[in-house]
Design a protein around this ligand. Structure first.
Ligand code: CUA
Length: 256
């Protein structure tokens, strides 16, 4: 008799526990805007990444992962935006995490995964791959920028300041410099390169330097030597020839 009562009690506790878990999940979705990852089998995996604007604060973002990049690589939305993020892959399985958010989705061949994220604060979120996908795995990165409305509107109307035909621009792109350093003045993982030449730069050690030739050269060849205040010592030493370093320094001098 006692054993039966005990068993009944255990069953009630177990059911209550499961119901509490579902309740907490529902609460998280409704109150804290946590997007539960969802696997959608009725949508055909897409081949091209894109940002679709539904309203000034509601976007739909299609990320395509492939060896070894994300498409699109750069996304900018205004603060307060909600983004419905869909991911698919063109080759193997990749894992997408968006730093500073709860987003963690697998890009699995044949299906589309989905989650919703709301961005309440301005900042740069780095998208990384966390599923080993081959030799270029650790190069897979993209940026999602959340900017204030004024910056967003200015960016919409101003032409993007890139000189894709410039050989040094191509070099900066090929060496992944532009993943962290913008050339249009926008925020990034590293300081913007726009107007860097001659800029008074405060360093993490409290001193201030003027970004002259010597400083720029040192910061390219030995990135850890001096770190700009407000940034982290993250930049890897790039592999560049002496000629390439010269070309970059010259390019930066002219990047007003
Ligand atoms: Cu894609 Cu690791």
């Amino acid at each position: 008799m006692d054993a039966l009562r005990l068993e009944r009690r255990l069953i009630i506790i177990a059911v209550a526990f499961v119901l509490t878990l579902f309740g907490l999940a529902a609460l998280a979705v409704n109150m804290f805007h946590v997007g539960l990852p969802t696997c959608l089998t009725d949508i055909k995996p897409f081949q091209k990444g894109e940002l679709i604007t539904h309203s000034p604060t509601h976007y739909e973002l299609h990320y395509v992962a492939r060896m070894w990049e994300f498409d699109p690589e750069e996304v900018t939305v205004p603060v307060g935006s909600t983004i419905d993020i869909y991911v698919s892959t063109r080759d193997v399985t990749h894992g997408l995490i968006l730093l500073g958010t709860d987003l963690n989705l697998m890009a699995v061949p044949g299906v589309v995964n989905y989650a919703r994220v709301k961005f309440d604060k301005p900042g740069v979120h780095q998208l990384l791959c966390h599923e080993y996908c081959g030799t270029g795995h650790d190069r897979m990165a993209a940026n999602l920028r959340v900017v204030d409305l004024a910056t967003f509107q200015a960016k919409q109307s101003a032409p993007v300041q890139t000189q894709p035909s410039d050989p040094t621009y191509k070099l900066l792109e090929a060496k992944d410099c532009l993943t962290c350093h913008s050339i249009d003045g926008s925020e990034g993982i590293g300081p913007t390169l726009k107007g860097i030449y001659g800029r008074k730069t405060k360093l993490t050690n409290g001193s201030t330097v003027v970004a002259d030739d010597v400083y720029l050269r040192e910061s390219i060849v030995n990135p850890s030597a001096k770190i700009t205040d407000g940034f982290d010592d993250l930049m890897p030493k790039p592999e560049l020839t002496e000629q390439e370093v010269n070309a970059i320094v010259e390019y930066l001098e002219n990047l007003k």
